[in-house]
Design a protein around this ligand. Sequence first.
Ligand SMILES: NC(=O)c1ccc[n+]([C@@H]2O[C@H](COP(=O)([O-])OP(=O)(O)OC[C@H]3O[C@@H](n4cnc5c(N)ncnc54)[C@H](OP(=O)(O)O)[C@@H]3O)[C@@H](O)[C@H]2O)c1
Length: 373
Amino acid sequence: MWAFLLKLTGTRFPTLCGIGTKLQVHILYSELPLPQVLLILPAKKLGQVSHKFHEDVYTYGATNLSQKISLGDTDILIPKMGIGAWAWGDNYWGNLENDSLEDYQAVFNRSLEAGVNFFDTAESYGKGQSEGYLGRFNRDVDQVVLIASKFMPYPWRLSKVDLTSALRSSLERLHVAKIDLYQMHWPIPPVPIKTWMDAMAQAYQQGLIRAVGVSNYSRRQMLKARDRLAEYNLPLASNQVNYSLINRNVEKNGLLDLCKDQKITLIAYSPLAQGLLTGKYNTNDPPPGIRRFRYRKGLLKKNQQLVELLRDIGRNHGEKTSAQVALNWVIAKGAVPIPGARNVAQLTENIGALDWNLTQDEVAALDRASQNL
Ligand SMILES: NC(=O)c1ccc[n+]([C@@H]2O[C@H](COP(=O)([O-])OP(=O)(O)OC[C@H]3O[C@@H](n4cnc5c(N)ncnc54)[C@H](OP(=O)(O)O)[C@@H]3O)[C@@H](O)[C@H]2O)c1
């Protein structure tokens, strides 16, 4: 094991760049901007290297370095795709008895191997189970893991203290000192957005979070959050919303364009329409659990045609699957998809959406086919 230290132009001290094998040195050296000095140390000389180094660490995994992008207007680098952990232990999904801790652990490990080190969870997922699993897996690895979690402003949570105390419980479950991206889960009344943003800013100042995000916020709500945070010189890093070929509201209502304009990352949740875009669900074989009521027969029928097109397009790119094409489409639109995965087979398929690009014509064909769903 080696630790890579790189001094970048304009910085006083070398920065820890990564932990890994010798092979990575070459990648780091050739692709980072203007390195001045490259130091390579045996990792053990740095002592216990772990996620505690978060703030100063720039890490790169096995995927191409060009795959990393900034999270909003922050210095946090994330992969072009993250992993959603809602299904880990949450009854919403149905058939939970078929999942195992080993499945989730394998998803986590395989993601890191692929350089996809950005995980999304929430205090409400599985009543804290999802955060608990993530914390447990994270404890055992040396790589940097970027964690996004969420605060649910339940209507009985009425003051800033409620956010701080929920955040502290999340930190405990996640076994970290700091959450990389802390998001407001929903814009639920009665507490005004500015009060929650004050609480977020306070958490930032206390060193409990690295960046602030929102979720399910409209354009107006997002701008309110952004303006309040600006009073603390803090950027609003992201808005996490439902976005897929089945749900293109953010294109229609202008949220996607506004995010791009304001350097706010649009994180796309349910990018596979909760499994529909994989093509495995149809009228004869509907999804289990609550999804059965959410995705009605009419939509399942229309979805079949879309899946056929996704498969056709996938054939132009070395047998990519419909899920991979659907995720690549989200990336092509400038959003960061966070597909959920319940086992390593799903995860492996989903990360196959990275490192290649749909053509403009293919994106346009998918736009047309999904226009009236
Ligand atoms: N902020 C919010 O309000 C909000 C809301 C929803 C989600 N999210 C976040 O976004 C993440 C992703 O969204 P999502 O989980 O709703 O939907 P999704 O990513 O569109 O779908 C995930 C589900 O599809 C199935 N699946 C995934 N990959 C597959 C593959 N390659 N082959 C076959 N089946 C596959 C799995 O369920 P089955 O095997 O059971 O079909 C999986 O749980 C969540 O985990 C969560 O972190 C946030």
